[in-house]
Design a protein around this ligand. Structure first.
Ligand code: 6PG
Length: 471
């Protein structure tokens, strides 16, 4: 069937196939292409009775698509996009649209857009979050690129997206590589929240000797309240899963404590450093994964210094309540850092990101969806120029109500010797922002002392230099 498919999908792995079936379920004819013909056959079998087609060579695939063409790419690893573009660009025509829906590095997306533009082809980088079930039944999607071209795929994307209060979790997020940038920051926040949850788990597990059943109860309770989020929901579920290799205990206790990563969290930290935006909770979450991988070093230090863990002896219920507050406060601070990075990046890269829109489309479908996203959306809708979400009255009140819990839990964790890098980093971020004068007047004095780097005065305009070693 030539030129009869509304949209094309390159890459029929688990994510690509799931998204094709999602689009077909909504009545859109979709053609899939994968060099591996077996994957195309699997799609046709799974999609029997639905408007799906398959091809295993690019020319047949491109000829199957309605013009102007819209082609999604869901290929991994991201560098495969270079090869796919080399195959597709000779076959497509000016005005066609190619959308990379993988987790690509935003600078690669800029390069791909440039290559496509030379042929008059539009290129979008689109973040897609929600894993396999999201792709199949409703992801959150973050497309960025030339705005006019978005209109062409908007009906399809809005139909397949997750919905919250009947609003689709997709909108055009900005120019250029904004889509992949927003997804990168989403993942940075994802790393931060996951590590915060892990730290609270560690305090309860080791400091309070809590078993998995009790942990399940506590996390389930939190998920029903103001802390409700997808990550807490799945965490509560993790604690109930019995070892599936026949052991008597729980699966979580059989998993090695080495966290892997594909790089999106690291990219977030790297670009935040370049843009001079502090995102300590994200940085420390990346560090925590790296440190977990230092198995030999960890063993050597534990042997040399011992592992001092004291048990908590106070009121357990009060402590658990504080732990919930700690998690809530630190999570809000992690979102604040990510949004701040987006605010600055939007200006630096001319993305034109609408932070209320980003908050809106993260409310459902994605990994960092949570009740708090609605607060964030409302805050940015009320004041799009907010310097930080912490300046919003409602959010500030929530941080004020919960940070005492964060302090209390940290004091205990420090005494017990349980590592809490992200909880601490979050609190320091808050205290640094709100404490008034920072000690960096001294830093400036030191710089001027040894390097004549000059300083500014509180009582006069201009820059000054002093001879510090003279009376
Ligand atoms: C999502 C996830 C998804 C993926 C992460 C995992 O939004 O659906 O973020 O993109 O699971 O990239 O990243 P790490 O392997 O680095 O933890």
């Amino acid at each position: 069937m030539t030129h009869s498919y509304r949209i094309g999908m390159v890459g029929l792995g688990v994510m690509g196939r799931s998204m094709v079936l999602n689009m077909a379920d909504h009545g859109f004819p979709v053609a899939g292409y994968d060099k591996d013909a077996a994957k195309g056959q699997a799609l046709l079998a799974e999609g029997a009775g639905k408007p799906v087609g398959a091809a295993s060579d690019p020319a047949t695939f491109v000829a199957m698509l309605e013009k102007p063409r819209a082609i999604l790419l869901l290929v991994a690893p991201a560098k495969v996009v270079d090869f796919v573009l080399a195959d597709l660009l000779p076959l497509v025509e000016p005005g066609d649209l190619i959308i990379d829906a993988g987790n690509a590095y935003f600078k690669d997306t800029d390069a791909h857009a440039k290559t496509c533009a030379e042929k008059g082809v539009h290129f979008f980088g689109m973040g897609v979050s929600g894993g396999e079930s999201g792709a199949r039944y409703g992801p959150s999607m973050m497309p960025g690129g030339p705005k006019d071209a978005y209109e062409r795929v908007r009906p399809v994307l809005e139909a397949i997206a997750a919905r919250v209060n009947n609003e689709p979790c997709v909108s055009w997020v900005g120019n250029g590589s904004a889509g992949h940038y927003v997804k990168m920051v989403h993942n940075g926040i994802e790393y931060a929240i996951m590590q915060l949850i892990a730290e609270v788990y560690d305090i309860l597990r080791r400091g309070l000797s809590m078993g998995n059943e009790e942990l399940h109860q506590v996390f389930t309770g939190w998920n029903k309240g103001t802390l409700s989020s997808f990550l807490l929901e799945i965490t509560a579920q993790v604690f109930t899963k019995k070892d599936d290799k026949g052991g008597a205990g729980y699966l979580v206790d059989q998993i090695k404590d080495i966290a892997r990563q594909k790089g999106t969290g690291k990219w977030t930290s790297q670009d935040a450093l370049d843009l001079q935006v502090p995102v300590p909770t994200i940085d420390l979450a990346v560090n925590a994964r790296d440190l977990s991988g230092m198995a030999d070093e960890r063993r050597a230090v534990a042997k040399a210094l011992g592992s001092p863990i004291a048990l908590y002896a106070g009121d357990r219920q009060a402590f658990i309540a504080s732990a919930g507050q700690a998690l809530q406060a630190a999570t809000m601070l992690a979102y604040a850092q990510g949004m701040d990075l987006l605010r600055v990046a939007s200006k630096a890269y001319d993305y034109g990101i609408d932070l209320a829109e980003v908050s809106k489309i993260w409310r459902g479908g994605c990994i960092i969806r949570s009740g708090f996203l609605e607060d964030m959306r409302a805050a940015y809708a009320k004041d799009p120029t907010l310097p930080t979400i912490l300046a919003d009255g409602g959010i500030a009140a929530k941080v004020t109500a919960t940070h005492p819990g964060l302090r209390a839990v940290l004091k205990t964790a420090i005494e017990m010797g349980i590592p809490t890098p992200c909880l601490m980093g979050s609190l320091s971020y808050l205290d640094s922002l709100r404490c008034g004068p920072l000690p960096t007047n001294l830093t400036q004095a030191q710089r001027d002392f040894f390097g004549a780097h000059t300083y500014e005065r509180v009582d006069a305009e201009g820059t000054f230099h002093s001879h510090w070693d003279q009376a």
